[in-house]
Design a protein around this ligand. Structure first.
Ligand code: PDD
Length: 289
């Protein structure tokens, strides 16, 4: 594997060491941009239409427009994966900032040319069959968490607090309710055995993995509901999971050092991870996206 991999920047494919952006880019100055992370299983893009719909929402949410159609984004990602020679499981990272502005100014003109950057990397296989530890922390983020903004300072500080305490993820609490993880969505299996995840609103990122899990629950007739999860319900849960494109479905076995359920990944997680693995196989065979 090359240690100077090919990336995409503003229309060019070039080695990452040559990919340069102005210090006046609003992404650098203000964290003014949005991003996507899209898995590709044996080169086949996972739920690409859902990722691109979310990208459209993020872009319009911060008033950026680009000339790219969905088909052009797909061509870009496919070309990048091919140029990188990534035929196994990988993930494409796409970042779009508002562009370079001649003078530092919080307000912005409408006619800046967005900076478009994409890179692809191998997706490390998820080895979490023992489960991981998590802590709860106050959700200190902003009011537009449905936008996948590159401005990730709160998320980074929260995740680091979890890591400092030997944990894998922080589960965020806002006004007495769990929203999501620092970089993941949240699922629990409640006392009655129902799979719960918070509804999609401005307090959570509308996760593509999350939506697939709800679809798989419906197909396989597991009881599920989109509902607010109080802190008490979270601590009484039989199972707690966090989900994301890069980590898939991760079972939490301790929360603030209290054992979750029986202290091992639960039976509903075992079922769901098998349904998910099966779905990935269907993607690899080109039967679904
Ligand atoms: N993050 N919530 C937050 C705050 C996230 O950052 C992510 C993913 C998710 C899960 O969304 P999805 O299933 O579509 O990946 C939920 C990515 C992977 C990241 O920041 O690297």
């Amino acid at each position: 594997m090359s240690d100077d991999p090919i990336v995409f920047l503003n229309g060019d494919y070039l080695p990452i060491s040559q990919a340069q952006v102005s210090v006046l880019d609003r992404g650098f100055m203000f964290g003014d941009g949005v991003y996507e992370v899209i898995p590709a299983y044996t080169g086949k893009l996972f739920r690409i239409e859902e990722h691109l719909k979310r990208l459209d929402n993020s872009l319009s949410g911060i008033r950026i427009t680009t000339a790219y159609s969905h088909q052009q984004w797909i061509e870009l990602f496919t070309t990048l994966l091919a140029k990188r020679g990534l035929t196994g499981d990988s993930a494409v990272y796409l970042q779009i900032t508002r562009g370079v502005q001649a003078k530092r100014d919080h307000s912005f003109p409408d006619d800046l040319t967005p900076t478009i950057f994409a890179m692809a990397s191998p997706l490390a296989p998820t080895t979490v069959s023992d489960g991981v530890d998590a802590i709860t922390l106050d959700d200190i983020r902003w009011a537009y968490c449905h936008i996948k903004a590159i401005t990730l300072l709160p998320n980074a500080l929260l995740r680091q607090q979890a890591v400092d305490r030997g944990c894998n993820e922080a589960i965020l609490i806002k006004d007495g309710y769990a929203t999501e993880g620092a970089a993941s969505n949240l699922f629990i299996v409640d006392k009655e055995g129902t799979l719960l995840t918070p509804p999609k609103d401005h307090t959570v990122l509308p996760g593509v993995t999350r939506d697939l899990i709800l679809e798989l629950a419906a197909i396989h007739q597991l009881p599920y509901r989109e509902a607010q999860i109080s802190e008490q319900t979270l601590f009484e849960a039989k199972e707690v999971w966090v989900t994301s494109s890069t980590k898939e479905i991760v079972p939490i076995v301790t929360l603030n050092q209290h054992t979750v359920g029986s202290g091992v990944p639960g039976p509903i997680w075992q079922k769901m991870i098998a349904f998910f693995a099966d779905y990935k196989e269907q993607i690899r065979r080109g039967e679904v996206q």
